[in-house]
Each structure stands twice: as C-alpha cells, then as structure tokens.
Design a binder for this molecule. Sequence first.
Ligand code: AMP
Ligand code: MG
Length: 494
Amino acid sequence: MNKPLDAHLQAVDLGLRLNNRFATLGEAFFTPLQPTPLPKPYWVGQSAAVATHLGLNADAFSSDAALQAFTGNLALAGSQPLASVYSGHQFGQWAGQLGDGRAILLGETVDGLEIQLKGSGLTPYSRMGDGRAVLRSSIREFLCSEAMHGLGIPTSRALCVTGSDAPVRREEMETAAVVTRVAPSFIRFGHFEHFSANEQYDELKVLADFVIDNFYPDCRSSSLYSGNPYANLLDAVSQRTAATVAQWQAVGFCHGVMNTDNMSILGLTIDYGPFQFLDAFNPAHICNHSDTQGRYAYHRQPNIAYWNVFCLGQALLPLIEDQALALAALEPYKTVFPQQLELRMRHKLGLSDSREGDKALIEGILKLLAQDKVDCTIFWRRLSQYVAGKSVDTVRDLFLDRPGFDAWLLSFSKRLEQIIPGLAADLMLKTNPKYVLRNHLGEQAIRQAKLKDFSGVHTLLKVLESPFDEHPEHNDYAGFPPDWAAGIEISCSS
Ligand code: AMP
Ligand code: MG
C-alpha cells in the first residue's frame, strides 16, 4: 500500500479537532493505514451545510490543502486513518469477512462525527476490489446522502466529492472519485456478526459496550429484559431500524443492497449504491440490476430489515445469553414498523391525529396508485397542493380509474372535515417533497460531470437540500421522468 508522500510532515490543519474513539477499540477491530493518493484531484461537489455541521470554517473548501486532504493525498492533522473489519450476510447468504475495502476512517471530531473517505485505495479488506469508487457512484452517494437528510431521514452525510482522471475499470473504463462521508458512527450489524462468527466474544462485548456507552446509554440502565443491556441494545437498534425503513417506504426510497454489512447500528441509511426513488408506484420494483431474485424489492424492505435485525440478534446472543430474551427483544420491530409507517402515511394525508378508518384510507390510495402505476412523488405533491386550495383536476388526471379515485377522494374529503383548515395542507406540504433524487436527475448531472461540468451536481444539491420548498426556477426537476429513465440500469458496480 502506498503512503502519501510526507503525509505526517504535511498534515493539513483545517481547524478540526479530532478525537478518535473507534481507534481506542484496539487493533482487533481495524488496520491502521494511509489512503492511497490520486493524481491531480479536482472538486466535484461540496456541501457547505455538512462543513458547518462538522465545525469547519466557511472557507473550508477554498484551499488546495483541503482538496488534497479530502482526496487522501495529504493527512488531516490529528487523524488516525484506519480500515475496520466486519463480516456480513449478502443477499441472504453468509459472506464471511468483508470490511472497509475502499473506505478509510480518518478520525472523529470532538463533537462525535466520524469522517471517512470512500474510494481512497486498497485496504487489507479489499478482497478482489481495487479500493476505488467511480465518479458516477460517488456523485450518487453525495447527492443522495444530502437528499435524505433534506427529507428528514436518518442518514450518513456527505461533505464533498473530489475526482481524478485516474482510470478505474468497471464494465468500461471510468475515472476515480472520493466521497468524504460523515456520521456519528459507521459501525454496522456486520461488525457484530464478524466477532460473533469468529467466536471472539471478548471483542464482541467490547464492541457492544462501546456502542451502548456512546450511543445507547439508556440500555445500561433499563430494567426491561431483566436489565440485560445487550437485549436492550437489540431492541433499541431494531426500533430505530424500523423507524428509518418506515420513512423509506413512505417516500418511496429503495436502498437496493440491504445486506447486513450495509445496516447501520444507529439506524442510519448508509452505503448508497444502486438505490432509487420510485417513479411510478410499483411496490414490487427492483432497483438493483444485480438483484435478480428481487430480494431487495421496494415492498420487501420492511421484512428484509427484520431479517437483518434477526441476524444482529443472533450475533448478540453470546452476550444476551438467553434465546428467549433475544427473541423478545426482536418483537417490538413488528409493532413499531407498522405504527411508524401508519404515522408517516397519515402525515402524507395531512392527518395529524389518528381516527378509525385512516388505515383504510391509506390502503385505498396505495392500491389505486399501484393499480394505475401513478408517479408517487408527483401524486403526493399534487394532492398536497389540492388540499392547499388548488384544483383537483391535476390530481385526478394522474389516474386511469377516475371513478375509483373519486370514490377515494370523497372519503378523504370527509376525513379532512375533522381537521382545522390549513393545518392539513401545511403538514402535507412539509411531508410530501416536491423534489427527490430520481435516477434520471442523477444521471443528467453525472453525464455533465464526466465532461467536467459540475453545475448539475451543484444545482441538484441546492434543490435536494430543501426538497419541500418550491424552487420555482427548478420546476423541471419536479416533472415526470423522461422515457429514457426507464432504461437506466443501476447495478452493484460502483
Ligand atoms: P457493498 O456492496 O458496496 O456494500 O460492498 C461490499 C463489500 O465489498 C465491502 O466490504 C466493500 O468495502 C467491498 N468493496 C466494494 N467495492 C469495492 C472496491 N472497488 N474495492 C474494494 N472493496 C470493495
Ligand atoms: Mg457496503
């Protein structure tokens, strides 16, 4: 593995104070190493919001030193770069050891935000890979991280993307890029599975205690599950996972690769690969062309998340020490997920409280949307506009089954009579986004970026950061997908 030239002599001080809690876990958990430099990097995208979140100065992106540091060419002052080891289940099969094959954790700010470079070169966990990430997938990860945050969905964040003309071989030759990702922790279910499968129970306990102490302190004091902190952890993680997946379902987000190594212990959306926001509402939609069985189809995500928390439960069993307790700790998922989904769907309908019949209202509209393959983002936004006082025609026009829609609208209108006028519309307009990162929007920005025009990335970022705002000058981002969008194939290749 190459070391950046004079990495330590030339450490870049961007004013970030770094503290490295993960590095204190010990070398059973990671390999210390330096990123591998990339030639002649350039900026592709930068998030001022994430810079502020990290406590970086406004001019954080103005220096060449920052460009070099976020490409992995110069060390960041105070960083202790490392690649962590994890294992996991991929597409339902035990895959054994995986690990950060192209991600390097630089360190953690004193405010508890980890900074990770993705695509920064080979690590001991690269297996058959080259340690790199290509421009197109890096732009997708960057934009989607910030789009999800804009939607209020728990996610890792993305500070910036840098590119280099260094060639990277995928199906065809592409070029390299590095995304700087930010999250309180990048620990995955797979980290637990790793130590459990290898019967490294001391390390498993160190990891679980680390996660509890830093992120789930209530699990230590809870009297639930006979006061077993690890059963409490399982319960807490599965509830957070349920809540996040409920938000995915409500907004029509398909993750694409819900392997256990892509599941955050904090319930964050992580590892953006072949994700997609639904265009037409097709519950069986498979966004990942590598997913031939449709394991990760949109409508399967809630059950897959449960399957994944079950894997986490198995991994934690040596610490929980009681199978019945572990099973009990998995039970809340089954009630929290539907509750959270119903809550999110009620809000999409502008209903701030719950009444009998709401479930039927929700099921009724989802059935119609699926039957007529209606564009879901456009439908929900137009319905919000209708409730805010606009004509119903633009909503009705979306359906082939007009009598079916009219019948549903009648029950919905009756239900709305129970809500203070104005409140429903307000709730709907801040729940149903005008803008989501549709595949074709990302694709257009990527095509421009390949020609070194990054304006599409910048504009999309600006719009997606506040997707509930009108941004009338960008109405074209809120339209129906063009016909060619259906032909975009997104796979695991990244
Ligand atoms: P993913 O499907 O992207 O979550 O990746 C699964 C595993 O493969 C993880 O351990 C990644 O670090 C690793 N991986 C994916 N792509 C590469 C690559 N180009 N080079 C090295 N490792 C990779
Ligand atoms: Mg991954």
